[in-house]
Every structure is written in C-alpha cells, then in structure tokens.
Design a protein around this ligand. Structure first.
Ligand code: SF4
Length: 311
C-alpha cells in the first residue's frame, strides 16, 4: 500500500490529525492502531445488489472520522463499543463470512483502520472469491482511495451534505463536500462502471454487483434543498452511467437532540418525493429509492460482538 498513509502521524482521513496512534495518542475518530469491531455477520439491509438472498458479509468497525450527531450507529461510532481484534483474526473473519455464504465482504466505516484492513486482505486475497465492498461515510482522502486500488471492488460511499455550514453543524466537517466529491471521483475512475453478475440462489435469480460505485444519500429533515444540490453536482459533474445512486428515506431520530431540535423528526413523504422527482428529472435513474416505510430501527443491527473471536 501507499507508505505515506500510516498510524504514526495519522493522515488516514481528511481530518489529518497527525497523532501517533501507535504511541497511545487518539485523534478525532477515537481509534488506536489496533482494530476494534462490534459485529461480523450476514446482513440483509443493504441495497439488493449487495445483500442479495443470503446476505452481505458485514463487518462493523468501532470509531468514526465523522461522528454525525444523528448517527444510528452511535454506540459504536462515538462510544466505541466493540472488541479489539488482530489483523490475522480480521482475515479469518472474512474467510468465515465467505464460508457462511456471504455474497461479498462489506467493510463498514473502516477508514481509520485502513492499513490494517489492507494487511488483512493481503493475507487472504488468494482465498477470497467474493467482492470486497468499502462502505463509508464519504469523508475520505484521494490518497486513501488510491491506496485501496486492487483491494476494493465496490465502493459504497455516502454523500451526506453539499452545504459546508450543514456539514460543520452536524458532522464538524466544513470541508466534507470538497473531500467526499473528490474521493467519489477517484473511486469511479478506479472501479469503472458498475458490473453485475446474475446468480440463481434459493430458486431466485438475483443481480449482484461485482465492481463499481453506489453513492448513497440520506435525505435529512428540512434539508431537501441541500439534497437537490447534491443531485445536481452528481448529475452534472460525473460521467453518465458511471455510478448508481441510492436515495435513502430511512432517517430516524434515535435519541432526542436538544442542540438540533430540527432533527427530532422523520422526513415527510413530501420531502422525500421532492428529492426523488428531482433526481429522476436530472437523469439519475439508475439506482435505488427506498419506500418511505423504511424509516424503522430494523436497519440498526445489534452490536453484540456476534462473529468476533472469543479471545
Ligand atoms: S483516521 Fe482518525 S486519527 Fe487519523 S486523521 Fe482521521 S480522524 Fe484523525
């Protein structure tokens, strides 16, 4: 991998904290140089081309370089619930998920452990027969994306905000769009257009993504105009048919947010439909839209250390 990315003077994400994580210093994400994870199991709640019939082999990592105030996984992203595992154990977890029938290996919010993720993949790449999905909040550096060349088949980044005031307010990252959009461009140039494979499983024919980029955007309460700006940027600046869009309606306030009362509600059908209509009018017709009934807590799995080793 690119030797300029390291834990010693950490520059793994755009926060560029420059802390020495191998010496016990901690940056914004909260992670040390040892991998911490909270769950490794088959997961059915991703896009159909990721979850398929048997599920996506999903590994949730603890800590996060964004820590959005509304995060549905805050017990692991912000409170760092989880268990420390070695690179070898992570590699074995991936093989075990493959053995269980996972359609892919899905690395969720692992940016702050990138050197370890790549080391684990180095150990087992010759035995891994399924695609590797990098599922992230979008706040990535282009250098990190380049370091993943040859390791990651499918990128699943969020594109959360356009307006820097919004990203500063909710994720303490005023430069979010600047970095996320450049990272998405780099991801697309790395994977090329989405490629699918048909598989017949349990009597059903399913289309499974093998490589490519799916850009996720979750509509936030009161933020439909920001969503439209994101759609405008995607449709006008990225090549046609180079990625899929996944427009999500599942925003759910998981705990009262006194500081941001405007977020203490679900989005309305009107808000979501306005964004969907705008995406379709803008030519973003390839991808996924959620039914409004998706705003349920089923999307948050229990972070109970399932699938992690006992010692
Ligand atoms: S990965 Fe963590 S410590 Fe490193 S730059 Fe990002 S937030 Fe800071």
């Amino acid at each position: 991998m690119n030797v300029s990315l390291s834990y010693q003077s950490c520059n793994l994400c755009p926060r560029n904290c420059k802390v020495n994580r191998t010496a016990g210093q901690v940056g914004f994400c909260g992670g040390s140089h040892e991998i911490k994870a909270a769950r490794a199991a088959l997961h059915m709640w991703e896009e159909p081309c990721i979850s398929g019939i048997r599920g996506s082999g999903t590994i949730f990592f603890s800590g996060c370089s964004l820590k959005c105030c509304f995060c549905q996984n805050s017990s692991i992203s912000q409170d760092l619930t989880g268990k420390t595992i070695t690179v070898r154990q992570l590699a074995d977890i991936m093989l075990d998920l493959q053995e269980q029938g996972a359609h892919n290996i899905n690395l969720v919010t692992g940016s702050h452990y990138l050197p370890s993720l790549l080391s684990a993949l180095d150990l087992i790449r010759h035995r891994l027969l399924i695609p590797v999905v990098y599922n992230c909040g979008g706040y990535e550096s282009v250098e990190a994306v380049h370091a993943m060349k040859g390791y990651i088949d499918v990128f699943l980044p969020d594109l959360k905000y356009y307006d820097s005031a919004l990203s500063a307010k909710y994720s303490k990252a005023p430069d979010y769009f600047f970095h996320a959009f450049k990272a998405i461009e780099a991801m697309i140039s790395q994977t090329g257009k989405p490629v699918f494979r048909q598989e017949v499983s349990e009597g059903q024919s399913i289309s499974l993504i093998q490589k490519g980029v799916i850009v996720r955007h979750m509509v936030l309460p009161g933020c439909k105009e920001d969503s439209k700006k994101i759609i405008s940027m995607l449709s006008s600046l990225l090549p046609d048919h180079s990625f899929l869009i996944s427009l999500m309606s599942q925003y759910t306030p998981y705990r009262p947010m006194e500081q941001f009362p405007e977020l203490n509600r679900k989005i309305t059908s009107y808000e979501y439909n306005q964004v969907v209509d705008f995406a379709l009018e803008s030519g973003l017709t390839e991808g996924y839209m959620q039914k409004k009934t998706s705003a349920r807590e089923e999307y948050t799995p229990p972070f109970n250390l399932e699938g992690l080793p006992d010692n």
